[in-house]
Design a binder for this molecule. Structure first.
Ligand SMILES: *Cc1c(COP(=O)(O)O)cnc(C)c1O
Length: 399
């Protein structure tokens, strides 16, 4: 066929995490026991009361379309949540319920970007950010988050990347892949800079409920009215309520942006899954105990993993304060011989660890940070112990 297909979309890169995941899958299929540290979702089931609500919803016959931007009950529950947890006042018409937070970010970028606009992204970034920006005809501009600064962007570094074309900043705290949490003071300083230059903020707060330090979560929208006006708050139920497969995310923004996003969504996908929307009301308003139990379990795994990684020769990590990932520094392994082969980048190192230690990691290059590999602790304590023992045996034999 000689018909030219979409230039913009053909240039999208396939997920770089995919090749390693595919290889791990193949090895598993051959009966090889692989410990998977690549996982990007909680290893817990959705709490039973949320599942019961979904069944009840279907039995009641609530199985048709809903308003494209979401059912009033859920929008109201989201407004209450934003008020209670984040000290933010929104009206239901400022809330757009979407098919997951990823879809929310897509809608937001489509609603605000014009061709050639620049969107600032911190590295290491969540895999989808750059491509979502490109899909909106905009250009990703990267600010390096250094390990010395807990992988967070500094205000000075952001300032240096601002141009007349800067349309938005994509902020993710707590972060996937680094687990870093911006402090209130850091957020305020970044927020002030955005107000000074009138730059929009897409604030991805999906890991809000998974923060382990004493400093709780602050939404950058909450400092003042100006910042609230500039910010599109993105959140969802996937991570906090172990509901990744239900596909419910949402945005809270000024009405002008909300209206554009609602129009985009009404033509592209219509409403998010009706049953999942009703179940999400129960998630937000019902018993929050399962969430606290999950967080407690993640916290002990986190501490164990950080301690163990730092006992292994050739790798290290800092202690992350949020989410369920650790960025393992693998820089020292570059140029070394692993499993009889010289390894030069995060993909080759991850491949060697997969092949010889039978542990799957995500190479840091997928997040724009090739000196690292991401390890997820969304796995049982037993598997975490075994996996890290295997990595240690392999590396200390070879290093
Ligand atoms: C998981 C994740 C999301 C979105 O998840 P959905 O399942 O689409 O709600 C968004 N941002 C980050 C950083 C994530 O890790």
């Amino acid at each position: 066929m000689s018909i030219e297909l979409s230039r913009k979309h053909q240039s999208l890169s396939p997920s770089m995490t995919l090749s390693i995941a595919a290889k791990a899958g193949e090895m598993k299929a051959q009966g090889i026991d692989i410990i998977g540290f690549g996982v990007g979702e909680p290893d817990f089931n959705t709490p039973q009361h949320i599942i019961d609500k979904a069944v009840e919803t279907m039995n009641k016959g609530l199985t048709g379309y809903t308003p494209a931007a979401g059912i009033p009950e859920l929008k109201k529950a989201i407004c209450n949540k934003l008020k209670q947890d984040n000290d933010l006042d929104y009206e239901p018409n400022q809330i757009i319920v979407s098919n997951g937070a990823k879809h929310s970010i897509y809608n937001a970028l489509q609603a605000i970007c014009n061709p050639g606009d620049e969107v600032i992204i911190g590295t290491p970034y969540w895999v989808s950010y750059p491509e979502l920006v490109v899909m909106a005809d905009a250009v990703p501009v990267y600010v390096e988050g250094r390990e010395e600064n807990e992988f967070k962007m500094s205000v000075e570094d952001i300032r240096m990347k601002i141009t007349p074309k800067t349309k938005a900043l994509l902020l993710n705290s707590p972060s996937n892949p680094t687990g870093s949490v911006y402090t209130k003071a850091e957020l305020k300083a970044i927020g002030d800079l955005m107000v000074e230059h009138e730059i929009l903020i897409i604030s991805d707060e999906i890991y809000e409920k998974l923060i382990y330090g004493d400093e709780g979560h602050t939404s950058i929208a909450s400092f003042n009215e100006k910042l609230k006006d500039l910010t599109i708050v993105v959140n969802g139920l996937s991570k906090a309520y172990a509901m990744t497969g239900w596909r419910i995310g949402y945005t809270a923004s000024n009405s002008k942006i909300a209206k554009i996003m609602a129009n985009i969504q009404s033509h592209a996908t219509s409403n998010a899954n009706t049953i999942a929307q009703y179940a999400s009301v129960e998630g937000l308003e019902g018993d929050q105990t399962p969430l606290h139990e999950m967080k407690k379990e993640f916290d002990s795994r986190r501490k164990f993993m950080v301690k163990r990684i730092n006992e292994i020769q050739g790798v290290s990590c800092i202690e992350p304060n949020g989410a369920f990932y650790v960025m393992m520094n693998i820089k020292e392994l570059k140029g070394k011989k692993l499993g009889g082969k010289v390894v030069n980048d995060s993909i080759e190192i991850s491949e060697a660890i997969l092949e010889h230690a039978r542990v799957a990691l995500v190479p840091g290059i997928a997040f724009g940070a090739d000196d690292y590999a991401r390890i997820s602790y969304a796995n049982s304590m037993e598997n975490i112990e075994t996996g890290l023992n295997r990595i240690q045996e392999f590396l200390e034999k070879d290093v």
